[in-house]
Ligand binder design. Structure first.
Ligand code: ADP
Length: 648
C-alpha cells in the first residue's frame, strides 16, 4: 500500500496524539507543525498528502497556506481540511480556496465524524497517488513508444483500420503519423501482396492468435519497397502490431546468397579448369612417356640409348612438377583424399630406402634408416601419400647435403589402444636453412635462398604439399635447422594398427607382355601422339585396333562392327567419353550393350574416375600409365583364357 503522510497544523501538539490514536494505522505518517514556514518545509520534504489546518492557530493564516499549496503544481493535489469553529457558509475566505481538494470539519471535532472524514481522505489520497503513478508510467511509455525504432500500431480486428500508430511510421514508411489513423494497415503492403496480408490477418483474428510473426514487403509513401517483419497479436477485437524494417538484413541475406552462389560458381569454374588443365598437361606427357617406351624397344645405338634415358628422366621430372601443381590445386580445392589401408610400414620404408640409397651413394653421403623396434609392422596408412611425403623430405635432404649423412628415423611417441603415434624424422648434415627463412620454406613456390633454383633446381612446391598432406590427417610437420650444419624435418601422426594386408597378386614385370589372340579394340583418343603410341603398343600385343577421335564416332563404329573392348578417353570433342559410355549402356542391345570399356583419361580428380564408373565404364586407367598396367586391365576384362596365346 502507498504510505500516506498527514500534516497537522495546530496550536497544540496533544491534538495529534488523539488523531493518531483514532486512526490506528501503521502506514500513516503523522507530522505536526505550529507555523506556516515550518508547515511548508514539512510539506515539501515529507511528501504530505493531507494537511489538517486548525484556523485557531494564531501564527498561521490557514487560507493563505491553502492558496500557496494550490498555486504550486507540486502541491496542488494535496488534500486540505480546515478545522474551523466558524460555519463553513459564513466564512467568505473559504470560498476563495474552495475546490474538490479542500474539505471542512467544524469544531469542536466529533470523533466519529473526524475519523470517517480522515479515513475517506486517506483513501482518496491513496487513489490519487495511484493514479499519479500510473500517469507517470503511461507518460514514460508514451516517450518509449514515440522514440521506438519500430512501428507500433493498433488496428480494429474487423477491418484492420489503424486506431493508433507511433511516429516510426513516418521514418519507416514516410506516412504521416497523424494522418495514418483511419487507413487500413493492409494499404501499406505492396499492391501484389495486399490480399495475402488480409488473408494472413484474417487467420490471426479467426484463431485469436496471441502471437504471430511473418515477413512482408511494404511500400513506402514514395513507392519504394521495404521489407518488414510483423509481429502481430490479437487482443479483444484489436490487432496489435510491432513492425520492424528488415530491408538491410534482407539485402545482406540476399547478398550472402549471391556471394555464396558466385563462390560456388567460381569453385566449379576452378574445378573445371583444373580438370581440363590436368588433362591438357598429362596427355602430352603420356605421349612422350609412351613413345619413349616404344623407342626403347627399337634397335638403338649407345648414344641413342643414352638420349632415351635423358628423355625418360626429363619426362618423369616434368610429370613430377605437373603432379605437384595438380596436387596443390586439389588440396586447396578440398578435393584431396587420404585413403588409408593395411600396409607393411617396414617394407614401405625399406623399399623407399633402397630407391634412394643409390642416389645418396652417387653423392657420396651416408644414408641411414633407423626403425625403432616397437614400431608396428602393419598399420593403416595411405602408402602412396606417406611415400610421397618421405620421398620429398629425403630427396631434399640428399639434394641439399654435399657431405656427411642423411638419416630417416621412425619411432613411437605414444600408444593408445590400437592407435599409435609415430614420429618420422629426416635429419641431414647439409647446407641448412637461414633462420629467417625457416617458416617461408613451407609456402608454395618459396625457396630458402634466391639462388636455390639455379643451384639445385626445384619449384618450391614440395614442402608446401608435404605440410598439407601431413596436416590432412591431423599431423604436424616441423623443422629445425642451422645454416652450414644441417636440417631436421620431422612430423608426427596417429595411425591405427592393422592386420597383415592381403597378399597382392604378384605382378609380373617382364619386359615382353603376352600377345593377345583375335582381339579387336576400338580406341577413342583425340590426341594424335597418343593415338600413334596406343596403336603401336596394342599392335605389339597382336591386337587389332580401330581408332576414332570422339564419342560420337564410337557410337557410329559400334553400330556397324563388333569389338571386344573399347579404350575410351574421357575429354573429347563433340561427345565426351562419359556421354558415349552412357549411350552404349542405355541405347544398345546385348551383347554390344555390355562391351567392356576402360576409361583412359588424364583426369586427376577422384570424382572424374567415379564419374567414369557411374557412366558405365568397367575400369579406369590414369594417364600417363605404364604399358603393363594397360595390358593387365585388358587381360582382366577379356576372357583371358580364350584369347591369350600360350607362350609355352
Ligand atoms: P624445392 O625443393 O622444389 O625447391 P621444397 O618445397 O621441397 O621445394 O623446398 C623449399 C625450399 O626449402 C628448398 O628450395 C630449400 O631452399 C629448402 N630446403 C628444403 N629442404 C631442405 C634441406 N633438407 N636442407 C636445406 N634446405 C632445404
Amino acid at each position: 500500500m502507498i504510505p500516506i503522510n498527514i500534516l497537522f497544523v495546530n496550536r497544540k501538539e496533544e491534538n495529534i496524539v488523539t488523531l493518531k490514536t483514532l486512526l490506528k494505522c501503521n502506514d500513516i505518517g503523522m507530522f505536526f507543525s505550529k507555523s506556516s514556514n515550518d508547515a511548508l518545509k514539512l510539506i515539501w520534504e515529507k511528501q504530505i498528502a493531507i494537511v489538517l489546518v486548525d484556523d485557531e492557530t494564531p501564527e498561521i493564516n490557514s487560507f493563505e497556506l491553502a492558496a500557496i499549496l494550490q498555486s504550486n503544481p507540486r502541491t496542488r493535489d494535496i488534500l486540505i481540511v480546515f478545522l474551523s469553529s466558524w460555519a463553513k457558509e459564513t466564512n467568505p475566505q473559504f470560498f476563495k480556496v474552495d475546490n474538490c481538494n479542500v474539505h471542512y470539519l467544524s469544531k469542536p471535532l466529533d470523533h466519529p465524524i473526524t475519523l470517517t472524514k480522515v479515513e475517506s481522505l486517506i483513501q482518496l489520497a491513496r487513489h490519487n497517488a495511484d493514479i499519479k503513478q500510473k500517469e507517470e508510467e503511461l507518460y514514460n511509455l508514451a516517450i518509449v513508444l514515440n522514440n521506438a525504432a519500430e512501428i507500433v500500431c493498433i488496428t480494429d480486428a474487423r477491418n484492420y483500420q489503424i486506431k493508433f500508430v507511433n511516429a516510426a511510421v513516418e521514418k519507416i514508411l514516410g506516412y504521416s503519423q497523424l494522418e495514418s489513423p483511419g487507413r487500413s494497415i493492409t494499404d501499406f503492403a505492396i499492391e501484389e501482396q495486399r490480399i495475402d496480408l488480409r488473408i494472413k490477418l484474417a487467420g490471426i483474428v479467426k484463431d485469436k492468435l496471441a502471437y504471430s510473426v511473418f515477413e512482408f514487403e511494404f511500400a513506402r509513401y514514395n513507392k519504394s519497397q521495404v521489407w518488414v517483419e510483423c509481429r502481430v497479436a490479437y487482443q479483444n477485437k484489436t490487432l496489435l502490431f510491432n513492425i520492424s524494417d528488415i530491408t538491410q538484413q534482407k539485402n545482406y541475406q540476399d547478398q550472402q546468397i549471391r556471394s555464396k552462389e558466385t563462390a560456388e560458381r567460381g569453385k566449379k569454374v576452378k574445378e573445371n579448369f583444373l580438370a581440363n588443365m590436368s588433362h591438357e598437361l598429362r596427355t602430352p606427357v603420356n605421349g612422350i612417356i609412351g613413345l619413349t617406351n616404344l623407342l626403347r624397344k627399337t634397335p638403338l645405338n649407345e648414344q641413342q640409348n643414352s638420349m632415351i634415358d635423358m628423355l625418360e628422366v626429363s619426362s618423369q621430372s616434368l610429370l613430377g612438377v605437373i603432379n605437384d601443381i595438380l596436387d596443390m590445386a586439389k588440396i586447396e580445392a578440398g578435393k584431396f583424399n587420404i585413403i588409408r589401408s593395411s600396409n607393411n610400414l617396414h617394407d614401405l620404408l625399406r623399399s623407399l630406402y633402397g630407391l634412394l640409397k643409390f642416389k645418396a651413394d652417387e653423392n657420396n653421403i651416408e644414408f641411414l634408416l633407423e626403425i625403432a623396434p616397437d614400431v608396428p609392422v602393419h598399420l593403416m596408412v595411405d602408402s602412396l601419400r606417406l611415400n610421397q611425403v618421405l620421398m620429398n623430405l629425403l630427396s631434399n635432404a640428399i639434394k641439399f647435403t654435399e657431405r656427411g649423412y642423411v638419416k630417416l628415423d621412425v619411432s613411437v611417441l605414444e600408444k593408445n589402444g590400437d592407435q599409435v603415434q609415430l614420429k618420422f624424422t629426416v635429419e641431414d648434415s647439409g647446407i641448412g636453412i637461414p633462420e629467417n627463412r625457416l617458416s617461408a620454406v613451407f609456402d608454395s613456390f618459396e625457396q630458402a635462398e634466391e639462388d636455390t633454383a639455379s643451384k639445385y633446381g626445384g619449384t618450391g612446391l614440395g614442402l608446401a604439399i608435404v605440410k598439407k598432406l601431413v596436416e590432412l590427417k591431423g599431423g604436424q610437420l616441423s623443422v629445425a635447422s642451422e645454416q652450414g650444419k644441417g636440417s631436421t624435418f620431422s612430423f608426427t601422426n596417429w595411425y591405427a594398427t592393422a592386420d597383415r594386408p592381403k597378399e597382392k597378386s604378384a605382378f609380373k614385370t617382364e619386359k615382353t607382355l603376352e600377345p593377345f589372340e583375335n582381339v579387336k579394340l576400338l580406341v577413342a583418343e583425340d590426341n594424335l601422339v597418343n593415338q600413334f603410341m596406343l596403336s603401336k603398343m596394342l599392335k605389339d600385343w597382336d591386337i587389332e585396333v580401330e581408332m576414332v577421335d570422339n564419342g560420337q564416332k564410337v557410337i557410329e563404329k559400334l553400330l556397324l562392327n563388333h569389338y571386344d573392348l573399347i579404350l575410351m578417353d574421357t575429354h573429347m570433342p563433340e561427345m565426351n567419353g562419359y556421354q558415349a559410355a552412357k549411350a552404349i549402356r542405355n541405347n544398345f542391345s546385348d551383347p554390344k550393350r555390355n562391351i567392356p570399356i576402360i576409361s583412359l583419361s588424364a583426369a586427376s580428380f577422384d570424382y572424374e574416375q567415379e564419374q567414369a564408373l557411374v557412366s558405365g565404364m568397367n575400369d579406369v586407367l590414369s594417364k600417363p600409365f605404364q604399358p603393363h598396367e594397360l595390358h593387365r586391365k585388358i587381360k582382366k576384362l577379356l576372357k583371358a583364357g580364350d584369347m591369350i596365346k600360350s607362350l609355352v
